[in-house]
Design a protein around this ligand. Structure first.
Ligand SMILES: [Zn+2]
Length: 142
């Protein structure tokens, strides 16, 4: 027979309710390249390099795990802009292939580069708001 022992619940400082984190606010702050917590400090120290911590509120950014998600999201977004544009121009105007390539390739490259940093910032902001990975100070080991 198995006995289950239930440890008595003891209120500690760690058991205090965690601060509320708004996902939309954190996402928009990340889009602007700002700290998802305070909205003031910079999130990036280089083009795609997330800073170690916020210079204003001290929020630690090292637990973020954006990995390849921003790149996938940028591919989806840019694809949904460029492909319909290509189909529309091809069916309505049918310009020469070299002319089309001279427009679509730079357009794809420029849109991708413009969107990468904001999308990565948004991903880090959402991870912070949802307490993913190490952003949960109640359980910092994850
Ligand atoms: Zn901050």
């Amino acid at each position: 027979m198995e006995t289950v022992s239930v440890a008595p619940k003891v209120w500690t400082r760690d058991a205090a309710p965690a601060e509320k984190r708004n996902v939309w606010t954190a996402l928009t702050r990340g889009l602007r390249g700002r700290c998802p917590r305070c909205g003031e400090g910079k999130l990036f120290r280089a083009f795609l390099k997330v800073d170690d911590h916020c210079s204003v509120c001290g929020q630690d950014f090292t637990p973020h795990r954006a990995d390849d998600l921003p790149a996938y999201l940028v591919i989806v977004i840019v694809g949904h802009i460029v492909v319909p544009t290509i189909l529309w121009i091809e069916t309505d105007y049918a310009p020469s292939v070299p002319l089309q390539l001279s427009i679509y390739l730079p357009l794809t490259l420029i849109l991708s580069l413009l969107l990468l940093q904001p999308v990565k910032g948004a991903v880090v902001g959402v991870q912070w708001a949802l307490r993913m990975h190490g952003f949960d100070e109640q359980n910092p080991t994850e």
